[in-house]
Design a protein around this ligand. Sequence first.
Ligand SMILES: *Cc1c(COP(=O)(O)O)cnc(C)c1O
Length: 370
Amino acid sequence: MIKLSSPSLGIDEYRAVERVLRSGQLVHGEECELFEQELARYLDCKEVIIVSSGTAALHLALVALGIGVGDAVLVPDFTFPATVNVVELVGARPILVDVDLHTYNITPENIQAAIDNWQGTEKVKAIMPVHEFGCPANMTEIMTIAKKHNLLVIEDAACGLGATHQGKKVGTFGQAGCFSFHPRKAITTGEGGAIVTNDAELAAKLRIWRNHGMRKAEQGIEFVLPGFNYRLTNFQAAMGRAQLVKFDGWLQVRSKLQQLYRQELAKTELLLPNELVGHAWQTFMVVLPQHVERSSVIARLKEMGIEASLGAQAVHCQPYYQQKYSEMCRMHQKNNAERLYIHGLALPHCQDYSIRDIQFVSQKIREILK
Ligand SMILES: *Cc1c(COP(=O)(O)O)cnc(C)c1O
């Protein structure tokens, strides 16, 4: 079976995890600090706070930035819904923004229109751009809009490790950027995530929120906030460190393989994603013609030993959001996000696949579409 993707784990990761297990220090130690420093160097930013998942990173960022009841947050309609769930969790109001059909990202035009058209009682407080599947969102223009309207920017870079916009790593443009180290993402620690920021004061707050709201005091510890336990373990951090040193090589392979897909699928009816400079290609998703039923394509690929699946969700199609925000969800009916949700097809894509694997998958897709 050619799986959608599988984490690249080998002797380096086994040794790293074993080293920590043998040390007996499982949480809160040197490995975590080193992983944070190495990520900061890789991303060229001041502060990295590693946490237990990408969702924890997003949640913590919103809490520490003081976003909550009475605030509205602009989020893409097409994403893994964790982006929007955290807005709900802090009691804020999500405003869904449609995405571009070729980058799958929110556009500055749609963000501006959503701000201009907002008539709710909540105050628009923040934008959460997602770098969907590793495609860098247009952060230059998004930051310009944010400045103009005095909005915070929290980048959901869960899929975006290694992606760049105009030479700068995504996740480092806004007040905070959030990454995920889930096995489906660029590098993995099992579960895991990170918040990055250039704001030292915010970083200090995030560290306290991450660790039960605890702070070192003259005598022992004291609790200054009602915090979470969103820490990562040392053996996970060690695994992440082992992966990070190999990551730039993986990025190059992933980019080559997507180019091959592009050549192999050029003459089909498929809509292919834009080949943006700085794309990290965490996922390679194509869009099927509207007359083709995706479930039958997925079933036929499975018979041929190939795993494929939907790419991400349209938030306005999910029951929780439809029930709570029926009017907003109706407004978004049949938009680009919905088309990508219904017709998007994520194909096997991973640094461990060969040219022959990609040619095989492409050939089978061409056969099915004929
Ligand atoms: C994966 C993902 C998340 C959630 O990350 P976890 O580590 O699984 O919690 C959030 N947002 C986006 C866009 C993602 O792709």
